[in-house]
Design a binder for this molecule. Structure first.
Ligand code: HEM
Length: 524
C-alpha cells in the first residue's frame, strides 16, 4: 500500500470515529510504536544472557532491591550467568550488567573521549554535586583531572598522616568516655563518618570544624541525599524533573542540598579570605610558587582549587570550585567511613585475624617513641593491609559503576555492546564471582598474600575502579584506613554486636540501623 493511500485510510478512520475512538486509536498506535522500539532495541542485546523479566514493559525494573535480599539476588545472578547479562530498566533504558574481569577490562580502560556518565545514576546527583570531576566527561574532565592530580602527590599525603592520627585520637577519647558510661555497643558508621569528615576537613580545607564533638547537620543531610537518590532511581515517574521537584522527596532533596552547599560555601569563603590575607603579607613570588599551576609547599586541596591555572593560564570558575569542594567532601568521607566500618565488622567476626593484626601493630609501635602511626610504618603492616584489602573485596564501599560509550564496544565471546547502551560494571559481582575467587563469601586475607596473587587479573580487585577514571583519592584513603585500623587495634578489641548486620546500599555500602559492634578497652 502506497503512503498516500495509508494517509487516506487514516483520514477515513478518523472521520468515521468518535472522540473516545480517536483516543483509543492513538493509544493503540503509541503502544505499537513503543512495542516496535522495545523489540528493536532489545534485539541488539540478544547476544547476552537474558534473565527472566518482571513483565514485557517494565523488564527487570524493581527486581533487585538495594537491601540484603537484593544483594543476595545479585549473588545468584553472578553464579548463574558468570560474566554478563542483559537488564531492561522499564521501557526506556537497556543495560548490560558485567561481572567478570575479562568483560570489564576494555570498558574501564577506554579513553575518556568515548566514555560517558549517564543520567540515571550520575545525572540525578547534579543538583547536589554540580559540574564536578566525578560527573564530567571528555575534554572538560581531562583538564580538571590534570589540575587536581597534584593534590594527591605522595609528598602531600605524607603530611596528612599526622592529621589522621589526631582525628583517630579524638575518636578514641570519645570511645573511652562512652565505655566509662557503660555504653559499649557503638555504631561504627556513625563514629567513622564524623571522624573521616573531621580528617578530610583538616587535610583538604585546613579547617577544624570540631565535627566529632556534636551530631553533624551536614552528615545527616548527606545520608538523606543518598537515600533520596536511590529512591529516585527506582521510581520511574520521578525520572522526570518536572514531577520530581514538585514531589515531597524532591523538596527534601533540595533542602538537604541547601544544607550541604552552605556548609561547603562557608569553608571555601573562609579559606579564600585566609589566602588573601596571606598573599598581602608576602611577596608575589614567595607565595605563588607554582609548578604547572600548582604551588609546591604547604598547599592543600582548597588552595589548589583556588589558585590553580592550566597551561593557558585559566583557573577554575567559582561554580567549578564549589562543585569540586562538594564532591571531595562527599567522595572523600562517606566512602572511607564505609570501608572502615566494614573492616572492623570483618575483624570482629574473625578474632584470630584481629589478634594477628594487633600483634603486628604492637611490635611496630614498641620500637617507636610515640603511640602514633608514622608514614614509614604504613609499609610495615603487611598482614593488616591484607585484611583491609580482603574487606574491600567482600564489602566494597562502591558496588557498581555505570557508563555508556559513543561507539560499539566488543566483549569476549564476540558480543557487542551497542553504542549508547548503559553498561553496569558490577564491582560487587566481580569481587564475588566464583569463577574468579574460590569460596568468594569467605573472609580470607591470605588471598592477598603476594604468593597467592600470581596469575590473578588486575581487574579482579577494583574497589577504587581502574583505568583513566579510577579514584583520584585512592592513596589518601588507603593511608587513612591503615592509620585508623592500626591505631584502633592497638587500643581496643572489637567484638560482634548484639544483632546480625544486614547490608543496605545507598550510594555507598551501609547497614540497616548501622554497623553496631561491641568495643572493649585494652590496657596500653
Ligand atoms: C575507601 C575509600 C574510597 C573508595 C572505595 C572510592 C571509590 C571510588 C570509585 C569506585 C570511583 C569511581 C567512580 C565512578 O567512576 O563512578 C571513585 C572516584 C573518585 N573518587 Fe574515590 N573512593 C574512595 C575515597 C576517596 C577519597 C578519600 C577521595 C578524595 C579525597 C575520593 C575522590 C574521588 C573522586 C574525585 C573521584 C572521581 C574521579 C574521576 O572521575 O576522575 N575518593 N572513587
Amino acid at each position: 500500500m502506497g503512503s498516500m493511500s495509508l494517509i487516506g485510510v487514516l483520514h477515513a478512520l478518523l472521520h468515521s470515529c468518535s472522540v473516545p475512538g480517536i483516543l483509543a486509536l492513538s493509544a493503540a498506535a503509541l503502544l505499537c510504536a513503543l512495542a516496535a522500539r522495545l523489540t528493536f532495541s532489545r534485539r541488539a542485546l540478544r547476544c547476552f544472557n537474558q534473565p527472566p523479566q518482571r513483565n514485557w514493559l517494565m523488564g527487570h525494573m524493581g527486581l533487585m532491591g538495594h537491601n540484603e535480599a537484593g544483594l543476595q539476588a545479585v549473588d545468584d545472578l553472578v553464579r548463574r550467568y558468570v560474566h554478563s547479562c542483559a537488564w531492561y530498566l522499564g521501557p526506556f533504558y537497556n543495560m548490560v550488567r558485567l561481572f567478570h574481569p575479562d568483560y570489564i577490562k576494555s570498558l574501564l580502560s577506554a579513553s575518556a573521549n568515548i566514555t560517558f556518565k549517564d543520567k540515571i545514576f550520575y545525572g540525578f546527583m547534579k543538583p547536589w554535586l554540580g559540574h564536578c570531576l566525578l560527573l564530567q566527561n571528555g575534554q572538560e574532565w581531562s583538564r580538571h583531572r590534570r589540575l587536581l592530580t597534584p593534590a594527591f602527590h605522595f609528598d602531600i599525603l605524607k603530611k596528612y598522616v599526622h592529621i589522621f592520627n589526631q582525628s583517630t585520637n579524638i575518636m578514641h577519647t570519645k570511645w573511652r568516655h562512652l565505655l566509662a558510661e557503660g555504653q559499649n555497643s557503638l555504631d561504627m558508621f556513625e563514629h567513622m563518618s564524623s571522624m573521616t569528615l573531621d580528617s578530610l576537613l583538616k587535610c583538604t580545607f585546613s579547617c577544624d570544624s570540631h565535627s566529632q564533638g556534636e551530631p553533624s547537620e551536614y552528615i545527616a543531610a548527606i545520608l538523606d541525599l543518598s537515600k533520596l537518590l536511590v529512591q529516585r532511581q527506582h521510581y520511574l515517574p520521578h525520572h522526570w524533573d518536572w514531577l520530581y521537584w514538585r514531589s515531597e522527596q524532591g523538596r527534601r532533596f533540595r533542602k538537604a542540598c541547601d544544607i550541604v552547599h552552605s556548609f561547603t560555601a562557608k569553608i571555601v569563603q573562609e579559606r579564600r579570605s585566609q589566602l588573601k590575607r596571606q598573599e598581602s603579607g608576602k611577596s608575589h613570588t614567595e607565595n605563588l610558587e607554582y609548578t604547572g599551576g600548582y604551588k609546591k609547599k604547604d598547599t592543600d586541596l582548597i588552595d589548589l582549587l583556588l589558585l590553580s591555572k592550566d597551561e593557558n593560564g585559566e583557573g577554575l570558575t567559582n561554580e567549578e570550585i564549589k562543585a569540586h569542594a562538594d564532591m571531595f567532601m562527599f567522595a572523600g568521607h562517606d566512602t572511607t567511613a564505609s570501608a572502615l566500618s566494614w573492616i572492623f565488622y570483618n575483624l570482629a567476626m574473625h578474632q584470630d585475624h584481629q589478634e594477628r593484626c594487633r600483634a603486628e601493630v604492637r611490635s611496630l609501635l614498641r620500637d617507636g617513641e610515640t603511640q602514633d602511626i608514622s608514614w614509614e610504618d604504613l609499609s610495615q603492616l603487611p598482614f593488616t593491609t591484607m585484611c583491609i584489602k580482603e574487606s574491600l573485596r567482600l564489602h566494597s564501599p562502591v558496588l557498581a559503576l555505570t557508563r555508556y560509550y559513543s561507539q560499539d564496544m566488543k566483549t569476549p565471546g564476540d558480543c557487542v555492546i551497542p553504542q549508547g547502551c548503559l553498561c553496569l560494571i558490577s564491582i560487587y559481582g566481580v569481587h564475588r564471582n566464583p569463577e574468579v575467587w574460590t569460596d568468594p563469601e569467605v573472609f580470607d586475607p591470605m588471598r592477598f598474600d603476594p604468593e597467592n596473587s600470581h596469575g590473578r587479573s588486575p581487574h579482579a580487585f577494583i574497589p577504587f575502579s581502574a583505568g583513566p577514571r579510577n579514584c583520584i583519592g585512592q592513596n589518601f584513603a588507603m593511608a587513612e584506613i591503615r592509620v585508623v585500623v592500626a591505631s584502633t587495634l592497638s587500643r581496643f578489641r572489637i567484638l560482634p554486636g548484639p544483632k546480625p548486620v544486614r547490608r543496605l546500599y545507598q550510594l555507598v555500602l551501609r547497614a540497616e540501623g548501622g554497623v553496631i559492634l561491641n568495643v572493649e578497652k585494652l590496657t596500653e
